[in-house]
Design a protein around this ligand. Sequence first.
Ligand SMILES: C[S@@+](CC[C@H](N)C(=O)[O-])C[C@H]1O[C@@H](n2cnc3c(N)ncnc32)[C@H](O)[C@@H]1O
Length: 141
Amino acid sequence: MDCCQCQGIEGLFNQREAARRLKAFQRKGSETSTRVLLDALRAAGIEGATLLDIGGGIGAIQLELLGAGASSATDVDASTAYISAARDEAARRGFGDRVTYQHWIASSAVITICVAWSAPRRPKRAGSMASSTRATPGSPG
Ligand SMILES: C[S@@+](CC[C@H](N)C(=O)[O-])C[C@H]1O[C@@H](n2cnc3c(N)ncnc32)[C@H](O)[C@@H]1O
């Protein structure tokens, strides 16, 4: 991709930042806000779910949910560095064949950080748990 917004995202969510976040995730697990979302999704039941993770970053949400029983995930992200980090970590954890990666920039001002799913048993509160966050480079999800 070769637009200003893409270059801005690539600059902000760069390789160094991806490596730093991945290291923190490997050492300490997900960040607090991500953990809150993960707890809610796990409580709703994600067994067999198909996950769409927009702005998936280094893959924390998809990796945690695959580990908790989700069947597969699609990771959409505008940063090639973050996709690369997410792909490496998925392979390292044995989930390499269960995640597909899409490199594109969500055009809306609001992206969902985690949109579930086509689960066999769709949670009643799925819509309300799909947290939204502004996707501008100044306030990343
Ligand atoms: C803070 S990180 C991801 C956090 C992750 N969702 C979590 O909760 O652990 C934000 C990610 O969103 C991606 N991103 C930001 N704006 C985007 C957009 N408009 N379209 C696609 N990805 C975007 C960035 O490249 C980055 O990987």
